[in-house]
Design a protein around this ligand. Sequence first.
Ligand code: GLV
Ligand code: MN
Ligand code: MN
Length: 426
Amino acid sequence: MSVALDIAALGARAQAMIEELGAISASPDHLTRFFLTPEHRRAADLVGRWMREAGLEVSEDALGTVRGHWHPAGPDAPRLLIGSHIDTVADAGKYDGAMGVVLGILALQEIVRAGLSRPYGIDVLAFGDEEGTRFPTTLSSSAACAGVFQTASLNATDAQGVTLREAILAYGNATDDIPKAAYATGGVIAYVEAHIEQGPVLEAEGEPLGVVTAIAGASRLSVTVTGEAGHAGTVPMRMRRDALPGAAEMALAVERIAKADRHGMVATVGRMHIDPGSINVIPARVTFTVDLRSGSDMSRREALERFEREAHRIADQRHLGVVISAFHEVTTVPCYRDLQLRLRNAVADLGHRAPLLPSGAGHDGQAMVNLCPVGMLFVRCKGGISHNPAEYASPEDMGLAAAALIRFIERFQLPQLDGATDGAQN
Ligand code: GLV
Ligand code: MN
Ligand code: MN
């Protein structure tokens, strides 16, 4: 039996849901929805309501992941997981993460409505910490599901000094329940995520959907440069120990390192804090972040070593101190070849060719791979723009993506997966 598809209706519904979710924000002027905040709570409640309306049984774990369960073969049968995240960056677009959650719910709604039966169950997951914008944790909610949550990260603090432990309690959950969030190893068949591409490849190829070969590895660093505060009007230039020009030179160094790389490395200094931050005081301390990514783990590690050497050379030359600490490190995750094939076949059923492409952006699959094989479906986005309010995917493309997930589930008769990961990105 084949589920009847109304792609236009699926797309229109996806668009309406994304608008509704996108209106839940810390600010009326733009979309900012951080992990374990009141707006995360409201978004989780809305997603839970949608899941129930789709005919799913809803639960939530200690890290706030909302789970919609469909278990035609009983609650103990193996699970296929479909998900994405509902946290955002600051001043975000509406599609990053939210779209994958919405498409998962819509696909399951159609499957439930059609009365399909399977020897396995499906959970739709809405994670809360993919962006890592509130705490320096990143992927903590998917890590909890995968059973690799690091207890030490409960002590991580946000910009207000609130620890992750305190935020979990304030959200109404108990840290003692974190181990219960983990799926049993062997009880999960695969994790599949639909996400906007966040890059320009599909648009350039004129294709609405693509299949991901691998998710690029990433390192995130916190760099603290220390000098000495002084009067901006009296200390001669040659006698200063100004932390800011040192930090600026280090930011230029990491840019130079990434530009010289031949594996498409990208490096970003996205946050910089100057102390004491006064117009007439020489900066005593600058803290900045480095986000470094590459499809080659080896070149990423070499770049990190080079940056460390360069930062110390710059600091010594300027009589500054520098401390570098890594707070996030994920290796390149190849997507499971069998899932790539199944997703491509599902797209082919709809009359489209799904190009294969790597993901430069990070995804929850980087944590879920500790639990099970990972597959990703990309949806074309306008101009390749993401992490920007101008982010956009058309209702037509989203309708096709929901339809592809439905066809993927229909074809997913056997819980056994064949084949290995595609290691082409390493
Ligand atoms: C998440 O969007 C990331 O790649 O930083
Ligand atoms: Mn995302
Ligand atoms: Mn993102």
